[in-house]
Design a protein around this ligand. Structure first.
Ligand code: GRG
Length: 301
């Protein structure tokens, strides 16, 4: 499959603008007293992120015959959960990063205690927001409940938080390929997986379609993580908005560390190919996802 970077850049830009406009509307709902925490929440969310998770929710909805507008609350809630995880991940007790996307991290601006509370507030606001998807015409309340349950599970101790725990206890230790894969499938993979499922479930996708998206998401998560590790070795700090080499600094096992850069790149390509194959039963409505998989091999941030 050929990949037109310019066309894709335009497509992702317009999707990101739509997500940003929805986030702007929803975050004003929490723009209340006390101002400090609401300002910090906006600082954490409007950070130049790519909005991949909400875009995935919306693409899943479109593939299942719905619209991006009809799943906007759940889509934005996933970005709020992702933003909370980054705020906490940057804290001194975790990765201790001073910069994210070229801007001082939340705790550098608002202090450590407020950054912890900002993460807490984003996580709880996300669950409040998700319930609002039940108010949207054509969306079945039972399916909203199913999606909320899946998102809670993917973000919690059996998902992203569990992955972060394994990551922290693995620091400085040599872990093998199977353990590294398990760590990342929880830490980053679960949120991608549930994002792609959520919009499709809200539009009652059939089991075959859901299985295809599920397979895509699992391999997308792996390809994304491998390229993330590669960027941390040889990316451009100007595009990344942070210095490279943080994995080595934190003594983390990475794909390039286990396999070398060349083999890690080959693994990323294999996972991207599997993503594309998994969509074989779908038509042009899945073209954006096909390009998104290829984009992981072209991204610089
Ligand atoms: C603290 C509970 C808790 C969890 C943190 C996801 C995570 C767990 C930490 C992030 C660490 C990290 C850099 C992982 C690599 C892959 C990843 C999730 C990168 C960031 O996602 P992007 O590139 O971020 O989608 P943007 O900035 O575009 O939103």
């Amino acid at each position: 499959m050929t990949f037109a970077l310019d066309k894709f850049t335009e497509q992702i830009k317009s999707r990101k603008q739509f997500v940003d406009s929805c986030l702007d509307e929803y975050l004003h709902q929490v723009d209340a007293f006390p101002p400090l925490i609401h300002e910090a929440m906006c600082y954490a969310v409007f950070n130049g992120g790519k909005r991949l998770r909400p875009i995935m929710v919306m693409e899943g909805a479109i593939i299942a015959g719905g619209t991006r507008e009809s799943v906007a609350p759940v889509a934005c809630a996933l970005e709020m959960i992702h933003s909370y995880s980054l705020v906490h991940d940057d804290l001194p007790a975790m990765d201790n990063d001073d910069f994210r996307r070229g801007k001082p991290t939340c705790h550098k601006v608002y202090g450590e205690a407020n950054a912890i509370l900002t993460g807490d507030a984003l996580l709880t606001a996300a669950f409040e927001l998700m319930t609002r998807n039940a108010d949207i015409n054509g969306i079945n309340t039972k399916l909203v409940l199913k999606v909320i349950q899946e998102i809670a599970s993917a973000a919690g101790s059996r998902g992203m938080v569990g992955g972060q725990v394994i990551d922290l206890v693995s620091e400085g230790k040599n872990i093998d390929f199977a353990s590294l894969k398990a760590l990342h499938s929880l830490k980053t993979g679960e949120l991608f997986r549930v994002s792609l499922r959520a919009g499709a479930i809200l539009h009652n996708i059939d089991e075959k379609g859901l299985q295809a998206l599920e397979k895509y998401a699992r391999h997308f998560g792996l390809a994304f993580q491998i390229t993330d590790d590669i960027l941390d070795v040889k990316g451009n700090p100007e595009f990344l908005g942070k210095p490279i080499g943080s994995d080595a600094k934190n003594h983390k096992t990475t794909y390039p560390g286990l396999f070398g850069l060349e083999k890690a790149w080959q693994l990323a390509q294999e996972n991207v190919n599997t993503c594309i194959e998994s969509l074989d039963g779908l038509g042009t409505e899945a073209d954006f996802l096909r390009d998104l998989a290829l984009f992981t091999l072209h991204r610089n941030s």
